[in-house]
Design a protein around this ligand. Structure first.
Ligand code: AFP
Length: 305
């Protein structure tokens, strides 16, 4: 697979470098805090900051990126080097960073939009629904490095093993047209990925939906606390991922633009459901509730409660 100088390959190169950084064995060092807070008031880990710096460097050097929004940056960043380019990028450079110190999976989530016609360097340029994404994807840093990409029509996967992550000689795309299995019709046990620890903060509607799922039988909980890992299992095997609104997180917890949007886009294009596909964010760091998965099962979820 020859590398080309376009925004998608620039993003893959950034993810490859992040993968190399995460493979360092000094877990204590990379899981430490910088002492700073991010746009949501959360502690910034050294790895969060490093992953963001790597991503920014690749976007800036590429000349293919007009600007980017990141979970780790309060304001959008616009690149002089990309002033003639046609694409902007939204990214969560290192999602699930609480898993790092344990060597558990993390990921990068990204989306690519077209630059607005006025080309004015303002955050409004990024406030577009997932439906308008030109391209989106995530990289899962687990036992292998798994890239899931969606070009607007198909969802496909490429897998690299750690021994040759930086040479990109790994297997070519192993799944070329991923379709999420439907859930309710399958005889095998299905998975649901929800933080049940929030049960008492949920609305009555969400509580009774979850109780009903358990009473129906045939479902297992699979939840790692890393959206990329949890959503990936659901994309490949069917089931549901949900992070509902609750009394602690009144708008939901996950970020509309760079977490929920790219995931909703990928799941919709894989024949499944992602609830924020048409949501137009009003702020670059807005939060939403997120429901992803098999269309039949997601249609039973009491969204918005
Ligand atoms: P971190 O990046 O701070 O670890 O947050 C991870 C995350 O944004 C997402 O990856 C998970 O699905 C979600 O938060 C987990 O949240 P809970 O710990 O509240 O279940």
């Amino acid at each position: 697979m020859p590398r080309e100088n376009n925004i998608v390959w620039n993003i893959i190169s950034a993810c490859d470098e992040i993968a190399g950084y995460l493979s360092k064995s000094n877990l204590k060092e990379i899981s430490g805090n910088t002492g700073e807070k991010n746009s949501h008031g959360e502690d910034v880990k050294i790895a969060d900051k490093t992953a963001n710096d790597i991503f920014v460097k690749h976007m800036e050097d590429s000349g293919n990126c007009f600007g980017m929004v990141s979970e780790e940056m309060e304001e959008p960043l616009f690149f002089d080097n990309g002033k003639n380019s046609h694409e902007i990028v939204v990214v969560d450079p290192l999602d699930g960073s609480a898993n790092i110190g344990l060597g558990l999976p993390t990921g990068t989530i990204f989306g690519v939009y077209k630059v607005s016609d006025d080309r004015l360097k303002r955050s409004e340029m990024f406030l577009q629904p997932a439906r308008k994404l030109l391209y989106a994807g995530y990289t899962l840093y687990g036992n292998q490095i798994i890239h899931i990409h969606c070009n607007g029509s198909k969802v496909f996967q490429a897998t690299q093993d750690w021994s040759n992550w930086n040479t990109r000689k790994g297997q070519p795309a192993s799944f070329n047209d991923i379709k999420i299995p439907q859930s309710l019709l399958k005889s095998k046990t299905q998975n649901y990925a929800i933080n049940d620890g929030n049960y008492y903060f949920w609305s009555d509607e969400v509580k009774s939906w979850r109780d009903n799922l358990i009473n129906t039988g045939g479902y297992s909980t699979r939840y790692s606390g890393s959206l990329v890992a949890d959503a990936h299992r659901i994309l490949m095997e069917g089931g549901i991922f949900a992070y509902p609104k609750d009394y602690k997180n009144k708008d939901g917890k996950l970020r509309t633009l760079y977490e929920c949007g790219p995931m909703s886009f990928i799941f919709n294009k894989a024949g499944g459901y992602g609830n924020t596909y048409d949501t137009i964010p009003t702020d670059i760091h807005q939060k939403s509730e997120l429901v992803l998965g098999s269309t039949d099962l997601c249609s039973t979820f009491p969204a918005g409660y």
